[in-house]
Design a protein around this ligand. Sequence first.
Ligand code: PEP
Ligand code: MN
Length: 339
Amino acid sequence: MKPILIAGPCAVESEEQLFATAEQLDSELRSHALTLDCFRAGVWKPRSNPNSFAGLGKPALPWLAAVHARYGWNVCTEVLTPHHVELCEKAGITTLWVGARTGVNPTEVQKLANAVQHKPFTILVKNPLVPDLKLWTGNVERFLKADVHKVMAVHRGFADGNENVYRNAPCWEIPIGLKVQFPDLPILCDPSHLCGDTTWIPQIAQIALNYGFDGIMTECHYNPEAALSDAQQQLTPAQWAQMITSLSFKINAPNTDLVKQRALLENIDTQLSQLLAKRMEVVDQIARIKKENNLPVVQPQQWQQVKERYIKEGQDSEFREFLERFLELLHQASVNRQQ
Ligand code: PEP
Ligand code: MN
């Protein structure tokens, strides 16, 4: 399956910067026989610091439309208000994204969903800043209900309050949870905002592809050092093409070997759940005996021995850690039941 590729600068800074980037990108696409699904560039930039460059606004829209006219790519930008939606519609820009900051406010997201309702927009729903799967799925649902042309999700990492290697924590279980809930919804990774630094971008992009993401949205600037926002995380078009051609894209095709192994796994899982149910029946008997004989529910030495029996020396450390966590959970469930 062909991956969805979106690239372009963090922001439109001038007509020259926009076209210099687009021109270089076009030449890289041609020399590597790649196609771009959408060219991105922010026109309205929600910044933490009021003195930071906040985008050029409305005057930048015709330049973005001109990129579409010259190169034939779809173009997209971020919208923060229904008025932005209206301006984009007038300028003929039909792919819009909802940013991570807007994503934390369901009222604002709903206003945007109302503004695009029944219109031929493609909406990219970025994950909200906070690691909250329900907030993200709720935002996605608002646009699905608005009956737009197409909805896609974009994973750009989360502000989880910790000092991370990356600017934002990947919390991979969240985009995977979204994929499980919406199997037909394309999901892209934005490694630029996730990493905050070009060093890690190829690595994160590959991890996302390994998980089965449908594409990559990357920030690309003809002269990253001079960028007015997110300078550290923008690749040059040449670096971008080099990364894209080195990534291993996955195919989502049926595979009989995989089907066979999955059937085995399903069988094992069924046995596991039956055994766990049987275990609980034994726990009930143990609870009855303890109660009749006035014995305490928790008998620490006994449990320690059980754990040691299961966890053997020489087991690899990841499996040991899993077993320990699993046994702790099992013990806790058993103790709760006995109570
Ligand atoms: C962006 O893509 O330029 C952007 C601001 O993204 P996010 O909302 O993910 O920070
Ligand atoms: Mn940016």
